[in-house]
Design a protein around this ligand. Sequence first.
Ligand code: PLP
Length: 341
Amino acid sequence: MVCNMSIAEKERSYIFNTYNRLAGITPYFVKGEGVYLWDDKGKKYLDFLAGLAVNSLGHCYPSVVKAISDQAEKLLHTSNLYYTEPQVTLAQMLVESGAGEKVFFANSGAEANEAAIKLARKHARLKGRENSFTIITALNSFHGRTMATLTATGQKKYQIHFTPTLPGFKYAPFNNLDAFAKMIDETTCAIMVEPLQGEGGVYVAESSFLTGLRELCDRHNLLLIFDEVQCGLGRTGTLFAWQHFGVKPDIITLAKALGGGLPIGAMLARGKAAKAFAPGDHASTFGGNPVTCAAAIAVLREISKPAFLAEVKEKGAQLERGFMALKEKYPAFVKEVRGLG
Ligand code: PLP
């Protein structure tokens, strides 16, 4: 406990107080393996959190650890002025998995979304629509904490201390196609939603809503952006959440689970949007780093296996059955069971 306290005290002294850590009771973790964590006293915990939607393969998955250490011994970093093999291999794997035609690598979900926002604006400009820069997002959505993604996030509570937010974002209620349709005007360049809202409270999109958004985008020449930072990469039992609905976005963003614990984000686009960026339009010093890409290759190999995805579906169904039974038994406590996979 002395050690715990001193870590907590040091944290308070040296780190910005942006996280509500469970002060006093937070164990201080030193080791992770599979679904377990160990604290500094050797006590074992079953980890129900799995990072914030990051550790999809559990802690320290052997092939991911090996890929990281093999790559770390060879090359940690070069600038993006040079080619590196893990970056290109990962890009090829993502493209071949059906996510899109071209990839931009970033270091987080927010950065992947920043890239998507910039790409949507550039795409409209290339089509001669200089004044089309507005992106319609959903109320209750979450897209990140940078100024653009904070503005894209349809929740006032995250924006309140940081106004003015950026121009060019409008919000409509999730799953309300008419409301989205009514917001479209000549300034609109894209619609951006999570197929399954995560931070907003686990709300699954209705199939007709996503199909309707696709039709609206096609009719009005807009890009459809799916933020799959949290719901993508196998978490719902398909590699991408959009596969449940058969609605393919023009731009998809990924992060969280991709690096198996290392920071990586990716923005993929297809069609005309895949051709919209030119040299100098966007960049990232660390995006596509060889070590994080090596980790992501190992992750993607595992999570794209049909047997892995089938297991996610099975476990999802098992959890749902369990939660429904709890709801029946304790209706005063369990009001609703929501989710996918
Ligand atoms: N988009 C979604 C759907 C998220 O859930 C999150 C984080 O929770 C983000 C974007 C931001 O990702 P990051 O924290 O990696 O910037």
